[in-house]
Design a protein around this ligand. Structure first.
Ligand SMILES: [Zn+2]
Length: 620
């Protein structure tokens, strides 16, 4: 009889333990065109790899333009202070509006912007696409619709910027050199001499280059060079990238040359002109970084899962980029909870920026959320729904740029949160439909994918109640979301349980305890009281020590019960004492529940009932 009583106690003892684990499972001056599929893997095997990486890093296309980043965060800081209740005067003194620095020489991100394209061919590499085709693909109204949404540079940017950036300009070409392409030195000077030669030709026939200094700073903001012939691989001379004209003494029509992009007109040679490279490189000219991973031997891999113009020329610019460019005004959520409807970002400036309330300033980690329905520039994306971006805007030690990039730092500047939480992108997969947040998905402190900071701290940010995908969809954005899971994780650690132990307790709960009528009756009350129970435990750490002992001495018996073997409780007195002490420090509702557990335990023991035997015979 003693053994039977003991097993009855084991049941209750384990019930007590299970109470605490119930929630375990309840739920550069240059910018670079990305490499071709498989090219990086090939390069890795070759001796050229380091040389190319060095060239890529020299270009600096992995970095955000520093003026853009400061200006966008200045806007955000002002907004944050406003929400905090500061008046305009106070805000002006803490975060005065940034005026463009005199040295600012980039391409304006808004307004009517005029640029030019130089088409250069060689006697041994005659062009594949006509002047008309390329001009239409850059500045026309139609372009080649087969390549939609990358049919036309100007059209893409009008859509992307909600008509706030209106690029127009002139195509100059084809200019043919008197020498073969092999005569061009594959150096900065070689490239610049070729550019000067073509520019001087057009100047000599009367073209006015002073019209391309949009902001009147004495520099031509940006121009594009298209050359004929094949490329010679990622981060080589004949590839697509953006850089700046190095010869500062050189001027044409009184203007120095600023940033320019350098790219093929046809790839593979003989195929249609596609504006996507020009769109990507112009993204760099506007100040955006590459989001793909240059070097998979350092830092996290996978970039943003291909799903961005600055990763693989796929889809629109994301909301973080658009925010840097001042094309969107996010709804800033610094506290509370609100339900917000977001229209498709392809045709609407809607997006949300959520800051953890505890952050000291805007140069920190935050989340941006947008509805990426398949319209306009997003037409070819893999699915519909919301995308959530994790930004780490921490500044480097000199304060000149972001500390992080998507290539070579310990984590990414911009990371796409995968709704399925699988981290496939980190394993170099492209994003798919499972990465979109739609009905049923949750992003928060309690469930995968977790809304934690890179150091593991919970941000307590939650996005939930996603509606079905659509041109308009809604979700609930919550700050300070509580999470019992966080507590339970703490509890595991405190009781010294490892993963195997937790699995065992879960198994006992699901396959033994919950299979019984009594277990099912218990279930609701157990769940209802577990939060409170854990709170009390955390406030009284000595109880954890006691629980740890109970679990340790009964681990083998629990294991036997799970394997349908006869089990005998160990350390009975300790369980009773533990329940008594636990009761003493519990608030009334929990006291009531624990009291019942204890009474039941005594009653069953007196009746000689064996829960565990009963349990074993009942299931099966
Ligand atoms: Zn690039």
């Amino acid at each position: 009889m003693k053994e039977l009583n003991a097993t009855a106690k084991l049941f209750h003892g384990v019930t007590t333990i299970v109470v605490f684990f119930t929630f375990i499972s309840a739920n550069r001056i240059f910018a670079l065109e990305p490499p071709q599929p498989g090219e990086m893997q090939q390069l890795h095997k070759s001796k050229q790899y380091q040389k190319r990486i060095m060239f890529a890093k020299q270009l600096g296309n992995d970095k955000v333009d520093q003026y853009l980043l400061k200006k966008s965060h200045n806007r955000a800081e002002r907004k944050r202070l406003e929400i905090k209740g500061l008046n305009k005067q106070q805000i002006d003194s803490i975060a005065p509006i940034m005026a463009p620095p005199p040295a600012w020489q980039g391409l304006p991100t808004k307004g009517d912007v005029k640029i030019f394209a130089l088409l250069i061919e060689f006697p041994d590499h005659i062009h594949s696409n006509s002047y008309d085709t390329i001009d239409a693909g850059l500045f026309g109204n139609g372009g080649n619709t087969n390549h939609f949404p990358n049919e036309c540079l100007a059209a893409f940017y009008r859509r992307s910027s909600y008509n706030s950036l209106r690029i127009n300009g002139n195509t100059l070409g084809w200019y043919q050199t008197s020498y073969n392409r092999s005569a061009v030195n594959q150096t900065t000077a070689g490239r610049e001499n070729l550019i000067k030669e073509a520019i001087e030709y057009y100047d000599s026939i009367g073209h006015d280059f002073s019209q391309y200094d949009n902001n009147g700073d004495g520099k031509i903001d940006y121009f594009m060079v298209f050359w004929s012939g094949p490329h010679n691989g990622w981060a080589n001379f004949w590839w697509g990238y953006k850089t700046g004209f190095s010869q500062t003494s050189y001027s044409i029509d009184g203007k120095q040359l600023g940033a320019y992009s350098w790219q093929w007109e046809s790839n593979p040679v003989g195929t249609d002109f596609n504006a996507s490279v020009a769109i990507h490189e112009t993204g760099h000219a506007l100040g955006l970084p590459d989001y793909y991973d240059y070097d998979n031997s350092v830092g996290p891999d996978g970039g943003v899962g291909c799903i961005d113009m600055m990763h693989s020329n796929w889809g629109d610019h994301n909301c973080f980029s658009k925010w840097l460019l001042d094309w969107v005004s996010p709804v800033y959520i610094f506290n509370g909870s609100q339900n917000i409807s977001l229209d498709a970002s392809g045709e609407s400036q809607n997006c949300v920026l959520m800051w953890p309330p505890a952050v000291p300033n805007v140069f920190s980690e935050y989340f941006m959320i947008q509805n990426r329905h398949r319209v306009r520039n997003d037409t070819l994306l893999p699915a519909d729904g919301m995308l959530i971006w994790h930004v780490d805007a921490t500044l480097n030690s000199s304060g000149t740029n972001y500390e992080f990039n998507n290539s070579s730092t310990s984590h990414k500047l911009l990371k796409l949160i995968e709704a399925d939480g699988n981290e496939d992108i980190e394993n170099e997969s492209c994003a798919n439909e499972d990465d979109y947040f739609t009905t049923g998905a949750t992003f928060g402190p309690c469930a995968k994918p977790f809304s934690k900071q890179y150091d593991g701290t919970s941000t307590k940010i939650k996005v939930s109640n996603f509606s079905a995908p659509g041109r308009t969809m809604s979700a609930t954005f919550t700050h300070n979301a509580g999470c019992p899971f966080q507590w339970w994780f703490t509890a595991y650690k405190k009781t010294g349980m490892n993963k195997k132990d937790i699995k065992l307790v879960r198994k006992f709960r699901d396959e033994v305890l919950m299979k019984t009528a009594e277990g099912r009756t218990f279930k609701t009350r157990l769940y209802k009281n577990s939060d409170m129970a854990l709170k009390v435990l955390l406030e009284h750490p000595y109880l954890f020590d006691r629980l740890a002992v109970i679990f340790k001495t009964n681990r083998n018996e629990i294991n036997k019960a799970v394997h349908k073997e006869k089990a005998e409780i160990q350390n009975l007195d300790e369980i009773t004492l533990f329940l008594d002490d636990f009761l003493k420090v519990s608030p009334d509702p929990l006291k009531c529940f624990l009291g019942e557990v204890k009474e039941n335990m005594i009653r069953k023991e007196m009746q000689g009932e064996t829960y565990l035997s009963f349990t074993l015979s009942e299931r099966n």
